[in-house]
Write a protein that binds this ligand. Structure first.
Ligand code: GLN
Length: 287
């Protein structure tokens, strides 16, 4: 079958999906299977596609039509200008999270220009936060912790992919992952995008998320705040004086997380908005 015809069949299979971009998704998938880029696909419409690839392409478009995320099919998601490898078992990086990373990069330049800065990320997933900080700031000494094996495996793949030698990854439940390393009082910055969706709201999320993304990376307990309640008090042992604690939050959790920070003595608390104008990041400093 010719590229043009196959592409059209693919688009027809997925065109009714609510969250997606059928032409782009079909083009990227066919490009991946043929090992060419999307410009090649657009400019070689008359090329014949080998039968096994036709079958594979239609099978994967069918999977996509049932809500399976395109990023898990392509095994890739761009974040902060880096192409992260992703697979089932890690949350797909979201553009909203770039708000947090961009603040961290500015904070490093403002306070630690050309000085070593110890950075910890709790709950790394694919490594979107910790690896982009490590990539863009070579003076960052980066630690990442996750409780599950798949994120640790995926983040290691990405660490290799981006050639980073300033990152160490540990397995454990939040601070337990680094508790024996003598790092108390050593961190200039601690960041986390913890699970923050209230348990009963998970069912209301789009199919792509609720059926296929790891529920452990979404479920923040009854009110969505359980990880903030754990991380905020425990972080004080690991932060330097004036160290920064920064979180991604749900759009309606700004006030509550701010209150938990205040109750724990954090200062300079601020909320940042994402590109849609919604509250998305909260941070404060230890004293
Ligand atoms: N932003 C994600 C979503 O809306 C949730 C991520 C999280 O819980 N940390 O699906």
């Amino acid at each position: 079958m010719e590229i043009n015809h196959l592409l059209k069949r693919g688009v027809d299979i997925i065109k009714d999906r609510e969250y997606g971009n059928p032409v782009l998704e079909a083009t990227l998938l066919l490009g991946k299977l043929l090992n060419v880029d999307k410009v090649y696909i657009y400019t070689h419409g008359k090329d014949q596609v080998p039968e096994p690839i036709v079958d594979k392409f239609l099978e994967l478009m069918d999977k996509r039509s049932k809500g399976y995320p395109i990023q898990y099919i392509l095994k890739e998601k761009e974040f902060m200008g880096l192409d992260f490898y992703v697979e089932e078992g890690v949350l797909i990086p979201r553009p909203d999270t770039e708000t947090l990373v961009e603040y961290v990069l500015r904070h490093i330049d403002k306070n630690y220009k050309d000085r070593l800065v110890n950075f910890l990320d709790l709950g790394i997933g694919s490594g979107a936060i910790c690896l982009s900080v490590a990539h863009y700031r070579k003076n960052a000494n980066v630690y990442g912790v996750d409780i599950h094996d798949t994120p640790l495996k995926v983040a290691s793949i990405n660490k290799e992919r981006f050639n980073l030698d300033n990152v160490k990854l540990y397995k454990g439940d939040l601070f337990k992952g680094i508790e024996d390393l003598g790092l108390e009082g050593k961190f200039h910055i601690i960041a986390s995008n913890p699970p923050y969706i209230p348990k009963r709201e998970i069912e209301t999320l789009q199919k792509e998320v609720k059926d296929y993304e790891p529920v452990d990376a979404l479920d923040g307990g009854e009110d969505g705040l359980s990880f903030y309640r754990r991380i905020i008090p425990e972080s004080k042992r690991y932060l330097q004086e004036k160290g920064l604690l920064i979180f991604e939050i749900g759009y309606d959790q700004g006030k509550q997380v701010k209150d938990i920070l205040m109750d724990n003595g954090f200062k300079n608390i601020q909320i940042l908005k994402d590109l849609q104008g919604l509250d998305r990041v909260v941070f404060g400093t230890k004293n």
